[in-house]
Write a protein that binds this ligand. Structure first.
Ligand SMILES: [Fe+2]
Length: 187
């Protein structure tokens, strides 16, 4: 079976759990599909999507569901590359480590006043190959960083198409300022 067919099998399983009635349990089902697919070798990301970029982590589209209910995005992280603190614009997401190790730090939003956002850091984990996690609004604030000295690769399944998010930049007083970030795919 070719890599394309194997990816198609994963897509078929995702179609089955995502299409149909909207359910709050969908992200957990997606997570189970990704973990199982990693374990049985079905989650084969094309090599062209795993090439790191020098300027920033790479973000490339693997699959866009024709009905618009989900997208699959591959991110490749060079050594030291990471995100700012960000949200997912209210879209659920399941993130799976395909290669390497990622540091994932979750934050809780505790207050917002006059554009000043205050967060408390929650757990920080090192996620290895084959592990996956769900981000379900409103618990969607986090940072991701490559925790390996070599490139790491992650696969993200979004419950729609995430064309923007918000990033939170630290201010001198310990709060954060929110800015909108428009998202594009690399080649
Ligand atoms: Fe994220």
């Amino acid at each position: 079976m070719s890599a394309t067919q194997l990816s198609g099998d994963v897509r078929g399983r995702l179609d089955a759990v995502i299409h149909g009635e909207a359910s709050p349990g969908v992200p957990e089902l997606v997570k189970a599909v990704l973990i199982d697919s990693m374990q049985n070798g079905a989650l084969d990301v094309p090599a062209a999507l795993k090439v790191p970029r020098a300027d920033t982590y790479a973000r490339r589209l693997l699959h866009r569901d024709p009905s618009g209910q989900y997208t699959m995005v591959v991110m490749t992280w060079g050594p030291g590359q990471k995100t700012a603190l960000h949200d997912h614009a209210g879209i659920w997401c399941v993130e799976c480590v395909v290669d390497g190790n990622m540091e994932v730090t979750q934050f809780d939003l505790v207050s917002e006043q006059a554009g000043a956002f205050r967060f408390e850091q929650r757990n920080r984990i090192i996620a290895g190959r084959g592990t996956a996690g769900c981000l379900i609004p409103p618990f969607e604030y986090h940072t991701l960083a490559n925790a390996s000295p070599t490139p790491s690769v992650t696969l993200h399944v979004y419950g729609g198409e995430m064309d923007h998010c918000h990033v939170f930049e630290p201010a001198a007083d310990g709060s954060y300022r929110r800015t909108r970030k428009d998202l594009r795919y690399h080649e």
